[in-house]
Design a protein around this ligand. Sequence first.
Ligand SMILES: [Zn+2]
Length: 397
Amino acid sequence: MRRCKQRPYSVRAKIVEVLLLKMLPDVQNLILLQQADREILRLKEEIAALPRRVAAIEERLAGTKAVLEKAKSAVKADEAARRKYESAISDQQQKISKYRDQSLAVKTNEQYKALLHEIQFAEQDIRANEDKILELMVNAEIREKDVKAAEAELKAEMAEIEKEKIEARQRTAEDEKQLAEWNAKRDTARAGVSSDLLPQYDRVARHRGSGLSEARDHKCMACQVMLRPQTYNEVRAATHVVVCESCQRILYHDPSHDEEPDPVVVARRRRAHPKFESSQAWYFRPSFEDHGEVFLVYLNNKGESSRHVFDGSSGRGVGDVLVREGEYRLAFPEDFNDDVIRLNGSWTESELEEWGNELPTATLDALHRDLDLARVESRKRGHARTETVASEHPAAS
Ligand SMILES: [Zn+2]
């Protein structure tokens, strides 16, 4: 077996191209329709949310106004209290002056002492009122700060709400414009979907919020349920519309989401090498009889060997299973020409039986991945090594 010749493109890349060309027009229009439906919903929600945002700021504004009013009325209450204390002081001062006048005219010591007591009492009251006034004066500074802070906050909020209102108006106008555009796109997309498919999409969209789902990695991405291999292959083949059995959404496959092995990363990774002596051996051939690329599996069993050939793109069986006497390399000598590539692959007998005449997508993908690795490795090895057989020290360098 000799090193395979370099090829300008990988098998996988070719499959991707074919699938892109094969995407159904109905499905393409449904993808556009779903995108339009989503954008329309988003825009409508945004348009509805803007007045609510302004209302929320206005509510906050009312709260700040109330705080300011409270601070102002506290200042007024303090001023009134101060006037009350001042007038009480002035009353007591008048009383003292009256008592002093009276004291000049008293006849007895008792009377004089009584007036003196009254004067002392009034003086005490004056001091108490003066203390209260002092307290208010200290408090007045705090009150003033409260008022100023509330006034500043109100001013800032008023400016903010004006800005928000202007923005809301501009955003709404822009949203309305986009909404009109998306509505037009939606109409175009709907017109491009066949009339028997549209009700299916609408019905599921109404119940589940979306009527279309991507099939990726063997899964329906909307409901996350694993798809049967046959269903997944049908979606990928894109020859007719396929629906998710679990959620009823129409399925599509986006080939750009297929995992493409990065040749650089792949080359750094050490590829497992196929065991030369094994009961099961997988090979790739760029051409086989009148077919193009194929995968072949040989099974050795009790002195006999069998050969099963599968199409490289679809995984479908090619021709009949051949059984010959002897170990496979001796039994099928004509198969091993220069272009053949030995691959990794080991599946149980019951798995192979279950597949029947078609490889599941996962197996097909695994074979393609190993083929890509084998090619990268082979390129790296260059002329240094001419065989793809097992080695303890493979190409990793
Ligand atoms: Zn689903």
